[in-house]
Design a protein around this ligand. Structure first.
Ligand code: HEM
Length: 513
């Protein structure tokens, strides 16, 4: 079976199905949860057939496994967790488990024995333990190839440092004008003159356009539409069962992956030639940046590897940021006072600029209040569920043994909504970020933490603030369906896509020239 171009080339580090998106895609911590107590280990449910459970008990007879049950073979707790995510009751689901078993419990999700860990100390452990690696779905491995997510050792260090460099504030300063240009174009085309718009798909389109314009420059111009559709297909397939039968999601994803790869490979080779002839500089696009680093000996990635990482970066970047923009707009529809304060901040920044001057890094650095509102949005609706890892050897956490090959999982929402760390946690209150130092480490983790913390956080902050600058100055909006809820798939999605009624606020004197 021809799975994918990437699959022919390389070994896969591991192929456990985690059933999630990029599960992708902070020190001196004292554990805040109580130590494990015998009475917390309530009677294990006898859902798993006796022989299986006996096998397991025999295999790990000398282990002190965490309390909890692995449930039915293969299914385990997957269905009940998925149901909780879909109905947006996952916080309660985690709380029920924590109440029953304590902050460390075993279960089985998405085909693997998994240890759920709760609390800031658990976050710290998962983010920084060297014996844990990113959990990957087989589908993601096949579709995306040998990206940073699958690397280890020196290769991982090299790629991580290259990607971090490309997404660093110094680089964002150089390409922020492209974000500005894409936001203005997007608003002119999709928002101006419309009475209602659907925010979720538009935000996705906007963040896709921004990241593809920053990473590939004009190279994808004529192919942008097709590329966006192919990426949608790829993301859908990343969550599917990896069986290559015609017309399945996975099969369509494979075809999309081949088309994306073909286009990006061509652009990469063109850039390689231009770079060798001194016709482009390292800040021009992602490929030239990576080729320039290679020529300095910083890494030794092939063009094929660079293409794999470009695909990963694009996927990691656009889905998550679009969730943040969508939920910011959703929140602001119900918070006129907060919206007014944001508008004042943005008008102040606009006052000293010409109508067509793009926003600069300095401008964005002054959008402090707007970013607090964005952080509060990420606290209450994290763009990613949390972090999944897989153990590379038997490990120990708080006296419990976790066997090699098991998954560990921490959910962001568990600390984000914990009243021990955030007063009145269900209240939307951006002022809690006035003093960042008042938030204990590893409690607010929308971008993860430790050595694998999101390298795209500055990129995400900048594009979100640029988008908010133009949207809040130009429009006011109301939710078409006041009670519209949201479900969590790989990322949170408003059930109807968040249709809003738009009202134009002021003459668009800063619209795209
Ligand atoms: C609001 C927007 C974003 C959020 C909330 C977010 C969140 C995260 C989180 C939580 C992780 C770590 C997951 C883990 O530890 O399991 C992560 C990793 C990652 N993110 Fe982001 N992210 C965002 C935007 C971006 C953007 C814009 C980019 C790129 C342009 C990006 C690129 C990456 C990459 C490459 C990784 C993997 C890092 C590694 O493997 O070491 N992210 N992200």
């Amino acid at each position: 079976m021809d799975l994918a171009p990437a699959s022919r080339r390389r070994r896969r580090p591991h192929r456990r199905c985690a059933g999630g998106q990029l599960h992708f895609l902070h020190p001196g911590m004292q554990p805040t949860c109580k130590p494990p107590q015998k009475q917390q280990q309530s009677k294990p449910q006898r859902a798993i057939p006796l022989s299986e459970e006996l096998k397991l008990q025999r295999k790990y007879s000398s282990y002190n496994l965490p309390p909890g049950s692995l449930g039915f073979p293969f299914i385990g707790q997957s269905i009940s967790l998925l149901r909780a995510l879909r109905s947006n009751t996952d916080y309660q689901w985690y709380q029920d488990r924590i109440k029953k078993y304590g902050p460390v419990s075993k279960m089985s999700v998405f085909g693997s024995p998994t240890v759920l860990m709760a609390g800031p100390a658990a976050n710290h452990f998962v983010f920084s333990n060297r014996d844990l690696i990113f959990t990957q779905t087989k589908a993601i491995n096949v579709l995306i190839g040998r990206s940073i997510m699958t690397l280890s050792g020196d290769e991982l260090k090299q790629v991580r440092s290259a990607l971090q460099g490309y997404l660093s504030p110094e680089m964002v300063t150089k390409y922020i004008w492209k974000m500005d240009e894409e936001v203005r174009k997007h608003i002119d085309l999709n928002w101006v003159g419309h009475q209602t718009v659907k925010v979720a798909p538009l935000a996705k389109r906007l963040t896709f356009n921004i990241i593809s314009s920053v990473m590939f420059g004009q190279g994808v111009g004529p192919f942008k539409e097709a590329l966006a559709t192919d990426f949608e297909e790829l993301v859908r397939a990343a969550l599917s069962i990896p069986v290559n039968i015609p017309f399945t999601k996975f099969n369509k994803g494979l075809s999309a992956s081949r088309r994306i790869r073909k286009l990006l490979r061509r652009i990469a080779h063109e850039r390689e030639a231009a770079f060798q002839q001194g016709r482009c500089g390292s800040a021009d696009d992602f490929f030239t940046y990576m080729l320039a680093l290679r020529s300095e000996g910083t890494h030794s990635l092939t063009v094929e590897d660079i293409v794999d990482n470009a695909i990963l970066l694009l996927i990691a970047g656009y889905e998550t940021s679009s969730v943040l923009i969508t939920f910011l707009l959703r929140q602001l529809a119900n918070e006129p006072d907060i919206l007014d304060k944001i508008t004042v901040e943005q008008e102040e920044i606009a006052r000293n600029k010409g109508p067509n001057d793009p926003l600069t890094w300095n401008d964005v650095s002054r959008m402090k209040y707007t970013w607090k509102v964005a952080m509060e949005t990420l606290r209450t609706v994290p763009a990613l569920l949390g972090s999944f890892r897989t153990t590379t050897k038997d490990i120990e956490y708080r006296g419990y043994h976790i066997p090699k090959g098991w998954q560990v999982f921490t959910a962001q929402i568990v600390t984000h909504l914990d009243a021990n760390f955030f007063d009145d946690p269900s209240k939307f209150d951006p002022s809690r970020f006035d003093e960042m130092s008042s938030i204990p480490p590893y409690c607010f983790v929308p971008f993860g933490g430790g050595p694998r913390m999101c390298p795209g956080n500055e990129f995400a902050r900048t594009e979100t603030l640029v988008a908010m600058h133009y949207l809040v100055r130009q429009f006011r909006w109301k939710l078409c369906c006041k009670e519209e809820g949201y479900r969590k798939d790989a990322t949170p999605v408003p059930v109807l896509g968040l249709p809003i009624e738009l009202e134009t606020r002021s003459p668009p004197d800063y619209a795209h020239a």
